[in-house]
Design a protein around this ligand. Sequence first.
Ligand code: ATP
Length: 363
Amino acid sequence: MADITFKGLYKIFDGDVTAVSDFSLDIEDKEFIVFVGPSGCGKSTTLRMVAGLEEITKGELYIGDEMVNDVAPKDRDIAMVFQNYALYPHMNVYDNMAFGLKLRKFKKAEIDDRVRNAAKILGLTEMLDRKPKAMSGGQRQRVALGRAIVRNPKVFLMDEPLSNLDAKLRVQMRAEITKLHQRLQTTTIYVTHDQTEAMTMATRIVVMKDGLIQQVGRPKDIYDYPDNVFVGGFIGSPAMNFLAGKLKDGFFHLGDHKIKVPEGKLKLLGNYNNKDIILGIRPEDIHDEPVFIEASEHSSFEAEIDVAELMGSETYLYSKIDNQDFIARVDSRTDINGGDKLKMAMDMNKCHFFDIETELRIR
Ligand code: ATP
């Protein structure tokens, strides 16, 4: 079993930089946890504390039942994969993968067995004699994964392992890492600033900002029920729209526009009548289909399109309501251009409201 428990972990660097604050989390055996957040939010530092590469300032860290605060990295039974692969350029693929096992004095036959097995899983069997410089970025990253796999560790730690790859390869490797996890079932912590990787790979996502956990949950729950404005804006692309307005007698007022708030949502807003609040609505919940608009008379409005971006299967419409920017994500069957005036409607059953001061979702 390799569950990992963080109890109130802090990392304060010299000179008083608090990189991680009061980080508490239970990771269960076999989970694929993704730490996601903008640059500098503390995700790498947290991962490095698990690896033992960074000292813990305060709090306790457990791998299984063992408190590992003072356990040396090599004794933690973890394997780490970095963004820059960190392969030995003078060694071929076989030796790169075998190196860690040789250091740990594994028998030759056992090493051979493990290396060939990992090579098979990763499709590297034909390349065992090659040197890293004669390989593509994706192949090198596979070798780096291989080096972690042969160790058969309790935990994999991955720090932005795909960020040096081009967009197409990233998508491919994303699926390969997911398949690998399904096959090996090793508890994994994966760090990225890319919300798409978090959404597609994680069993649970940990969203971080300024050294603090903002929300922990399954991808769909985080997407559908963000705890605050930051999470709503960070997870999802294009981002959730946020529109400031006033709640008044069952309607959300956006300048001259009056949008009816459904009963279910209104119940949550008891204390907010006559107050400014923030409406959060995902781009796909603003519609341009006539049938939807007809049925949603109380949440429809007319807007002028600033820019229409055809993405292929869908179109992003950039527009304004009450002088506030929003994006709608609509079907690209309709031919819409910048300058067009268009009727649209919001699916108010899918929206959220946030407190304007705390930016927390009102629930
Ligand atoms: P990125 O995606 O850019 O790698 P991150 O979320 O992984 O960002 P960290 O690298 O964990 O962020 O850094 C968190 C904070 O700690 C940042 O403000 C960073 O400047 C600071 N920091 C990191 N390492 C050190 C260090 N060795 N000394 C002082 N401050 C540091």
